[in-house]
Write a protein that binds this ligand. Structure first.
Ligand code: HEM
Length: 378
């Protein structure tokens, strides 16, 4: 009697487990199919500005300035993001002689052209911290003496073209509305709330939480040894494109960086100094673009979506050389801190597009002006 009961209970539990497994698998298959359907082309090749974006932008500016005030270092006001630099270095950006005609756009229009540039390498965090902590790493490049009208009316005499990137291909928010909610939660010290704005599971941003966790990655051995992505899209002549800068060691003399002491707070600066100033070995990169194919899922208005290389390959439009140099001096470091990079410092052929870039237009200028003003008052 007891044995029969025992066997029946076993059979019941076994069946229940099988049912649960089946339902789980079905749910997973449905969710995958729904996600694939939601994330399939075609997409628009034009910007689509949602209502209320301007008001949300003003709100974000106030939060960004609150963050700058929270994190000023001693008497100096730092950037709201990417506050800590590993160094600003001079670089040359050369357009290949054999660049195919469709890729000859904007600053890449003239094959063989060599642009002088400055490059700032940074950690992503809002305040300086040990390099060994998980973080995004930034690269900002400014081409100098660029002819033609600048996008911003008050920068006409600057003649610059900036490329502003970090070392992850997609962003942890899709658009301005989401950024506003996320950054406000972070500024209020409620980091956990940033991706779970309410008790309603439909508002939970679990995929975006994973992107944020992946973005905060362990440090590379050197700022010259990681790939930097524009994340958001830009015009590339008539086309839309994202860009990236990837290490290209084969174009430079072969070099092995001696192991750095990663327990030191600024070992990424030490790695850069070791290569460029002590060992006098240049660093090489390629600048590549990825053109939008609107028949594929390559949206303009959602920066959380990585444009897949299988949908559109990256194509090299320039080679970057960072020559051996002595960049780590008090004077150059202060100039580096006082420099401003902004995706909107540039020409029409490379106009930033999409919501996150429209937002950056207002925020970078306001935050940069604010920290320069406060520092000048010291
Ligand atoms: C597409 C994604 C983004 C990338 C790749 C990116 C990358 C960077 C990098 C590399 C810097 C440092 C530039 C330098 O070296 O001076 C920077 C600075 C900054 N970023 Fe972003 N960022 C992104 C999105 C945003 C967003 C959405 C905001 C806020 C709306 C923002 C606000 C800022 C601010 C305020 C600064 C400092 C500007 C200054 O004071 O000069 N960024 N960003």
């Amino acid at each position: 009697m007891l044995i029969t009961l025992w066997l029946r209970l076993g059979a019941f539990l076994g069946k229940t487990l099988l049912w649960l497994l089946g339902i789980g698998l079905l749910g997973w298959a449905l969710a995958t199919a729904w996600f694939a359907w939601q994330h399939s082309g075609p997409v628009s090749d034009k910007e689509q500005i949602p209502p209320g974006e301007a008001a949300m932008t003003q709100d974000i500016i106030q939060t960004a300035i609150r963050i700058v005030d929270q994190h000023r270092e001693g008497t100096r006001y730092l950037r709201d993001a990417h506050a800590k630099a590993h160094g600003c270095v001079m670089a040359q950006v050369q357009v290949p002689d054999d660049l195919p005609t469709p890729l000859r756009q904007g600053v890449f229009a003239e094959p063989g052209k060599v642009w002088q540039a400055t490059m700032r390498l940074s950690n992503g965090n809002a305040y300086p911290q040990f390099d060994s902590l998980r973080d995004a790493r930034g690269m900002a490049i400014k081409l100098l003496d660029v002819p033609g009208n600048q996008l911003l009316r008050d920068r006409q005499s600057q003649g610059e073209q900036d490329f502003v990137m970090f070392n992850h291909p997609n962003f942890f928010v899709s658009d301005v509305a989401e950024y506003r909610q996320n950054v406000a939660a972070q500024a209020d010290g409620k980091k956990a709330m940033a991706f779970f704005p309410s008790l309603d599971p439909r508002s939970w941003q679990i995929r975006h939480l994973f992107i944020a966790l992946e973005t905060l990655s362990p440090a590379p051995d050197s700022p010259t040894q990681t790939t930097y992505f524009s994340v958001s899209p830009y015009k590339f002549g008539e086309a839309n494109a994202k860009f990236r800068v990837a290490p290209d060691p084969d174009s430079c003399p072969s070099y092995t960086l001696p192991a750095q002491n990663q327990a030191l707070p600024n070992f990424l600066r030490s790695a850069l100094t070791q290569q460029l100033s002590t060992d006098r070995i240049p660093a090489c990169f390629v600048l590549q673009i990825q053109r939008q194919d609107p028949s594929k899922y390559m949206p303009i208005e959602d920066t959380s979506i990585e444009w897949r290389e299988s949908d559109a390959p990256f194509e090299t439009v320039a080679r970057i050389t960072v020559p051996a140099q002595d960049f780590d001096t008090p004077k150059l470091n202060l100039a580096c801190d006082n420099q401003s990079f902004n995706p909107w410092f540039g020409i029409e052929a490379h106009r930033p597009i999409g919501g996150i870039n429209r937002l950056r237009k207002a925020v970078y200028e306001e935050v940069s002006d604010y920290r320069h003003r406060r520092n000048a008052e010291q």
